[in-house]
Write a protein of this length. Structure first.
Length: 156
């Protein structure tokens, strides 16, 4: 960029931008501008090109950000629909579980009533427990109640 007709105090730029524009220290720009006033105009033109490049890049990035926001909004909508579908499914399953729990409670109540009927008999004023089977009264494999002596004879 700058003419190299004399040795410079700092021949290397501070850094080079991603576009390749060399960024020079201010003392180097002043020294070169004193010798060649057109060098400053050329340097400023390079910087303007760099700024234009970054401005275009920024506009593209901004456009990409808008498109990304729209994509995320669409994905969020799809995800929202999916979540709503899952919620409906959970609600349906919850209703089925509630129905089954009702059936289980009805069966438990029926079992309780049957147990009370088997273990208790009602008499005026109180409930009495049915006596437990004794040694003389056993149940054989067929489910018939017989005395122990009858069971022994029937099996032999």
């Amino acid at each position: 960029m700058f003419p190299t007709h004399r040795p410079a105090l700092n021949p290397q730029p501070i850094r080079t931008t991603p576009c390749g524009t060399a960024l020079w220290p201010i003392h180097r720009i002043r020294a070169e501008t004193r010798v060649n006033p057109l060098a400053l105009a050329s340097y400023l033109q390079d910087l303007e090109s760099e700024i234009a490049y970054w401005h275009d890049l920024f506009l593209h990035a901004e456009n990409d950000a808008v498109q990304l926001r729209e994509l995320l909004a669409r994905e969020a909508w799809v995800s929202g629909e999916t979540v709503r579908a899952w919620n409906n499914e959970v609600h349906t399953l919850g209703a089925e579980i509630g129905r089954l729990n009702g059936q289980i409670k009805a069966l438990e109540q029926q079992i309780t009533v049957q147990n009370e009927h088997v273990h208790y008999q009602e008499s005026p004023g109180r409930a009495l427990q049915v006596p437990a089977p004794t040694v003389e009264s056993v149940t054989d494999y067929s489910g018939d109640r017989r005395s122990s002596s009858d069971s022994l004879h029937s099996r032999s």
